[in-house]
Design a protein around this ligand. Structure first.
Ligand SMILES: [Zn+2]
Length: 330
């Protein structure tokens, strides 16, 4: 995630948030108090396996070999599950070399025949370097949580898509070049949200081939210490959607979802809301691992590795999103 977290906080403030105690396993296995059962199983171990597989590719920065390998992997994965693959490819000036670099957004479409659609989004590029790493800011950054977890979550959710009773079409959208950015603080070079900005602009200039009703972006959803609050952008542009999704989490007994505005996050949902005017929320756990540990965050460090993540965290979020998809009316 290439977000620029704001200083703004409200709600519980900076104190440690009690660690969520809900058991995702029981929710996913037994259903909620109101009787919701996942219509298709979500497999935490398999989700974690996907995350490890992505991280084994190493860096997946825009235009690199690791990214190309990931693109092949995702195309095979979702094609094999019956998703319709579409690429949106364009060139961007590389912030360091000035050379042209290919940016590729990947769309996986489910029920492509339906005109009314929703978007589930993730960035799938990784930041070139772990710029916040205290020891080695030019080391290897594999982005297990940041770029990896939301991609692995959608890989897992892909298994369920053909089994869901959907009244709307669903597009998984993997944004490239969310953070083709070098350096930190005032010494930053490069642009954020390159892929999502292009997608949003194309949606406006070309006119939608289909009508998108809403979007859910996911980012940093694999943290073992999952704590999900609203961010200011989501709550400003799509408060109804934010409340709806967190309400579903409450029904499912998932205490990791806390209905309060905590951060000001700039992420791929910004161009979708501001350029395409598509109400889009971000499900993001920016405190990695916890609010209390912010001074020792794994964010943009070499420590953002799979051992800090959990398949249960990913499948809890996937279960909420799945329930939301099933409630969409035509
Ligand atoms: Zn990032």
């Amino acid at each position: 995630m290439g977000c620029l977290p704001g200083a703004s906080e409200s709600g519980a403030g900076t104190g440690a948030v009690a660690r969520a105690e809900a058991s995702g396993e029981s929710v996913l296995a037994q259903g909620s108090a109101r009787g919701w059962r996942p219509p298709a199983p979500l497999d935490s171990k398999r989700a974690m396996g996907y995350l490890e597989k992505l991280c084994k590719l190493g860096s997946r920065t825009t235009g690199t070999v690791g990214m190309q390998q990931q693109q092949r992997l995702l195309e095979e994965h979702f094609g094999g599950l019956g998703g319709q693959i579409q690429w949106q490819t364009f060139n961007h000036k590389h912030p360091l070399t000035g050379q042209s670099v290919e940016v590729r957004n990947l769309m996986v479409r489910w029920k492509p025949e339906l005109a009314t659609r929703v978007l589930l989004c993730s960035h799938y590029d990784t930041r070139p370097f772990p710029d916040q790493d205290p020891k080695n800011p030019r080391g290897l950054f594999v982005g297990a949580n940041d770029g990896g977890s939301s991609t692995a979550l959608l890989m897992e959710l892909g298994h369920a898509m053909s089994k869901l009773d959907l009244k709307v079409g669903v597009d998984f959208l993997f944004f490239d070049a969310e953070e083709l950015v070098y350096g930190a603080g005032v010494n930053t070079t490069g642009d954020y949200f390159v892929g999502s900005t292009y997608f949003a602009e194309q949606l406006v200039t070309e006119g939608p081939q289909q009508t998108y009703r809403a979007g859910i972006l996911m980012d940093m959803v694999g943290d073992k210490e999952l704590q999900l609050s609203w961010d200011e952008v989501s709550f400003k542009h799509a408060p109804g959607l934010a409340k709806e999704v967190w309400g579903i989490a409450k029904e499912l007994g998932l205490k990791e979802f806390s209905p309060r505005v905590l951060h000001s996050i700039r992420d791929d949902h910004l161009p979708l809301n501001e350029i395409a005017k598509l109400p889009t929320i971000d499900i993001i756990d920016f405190d990695y691992p916890t609010v209390a540990s912010r001074s020792k965050s794994y964010w943009h460090t070499m420590a953002d590795t799979p051992d800090k993540c959990s398949g249960e965290s990913m499948t809890k979020v996937a279960a909420v999103v799945m329930a939301w998809l099933q409630r969409q009316k035509p």
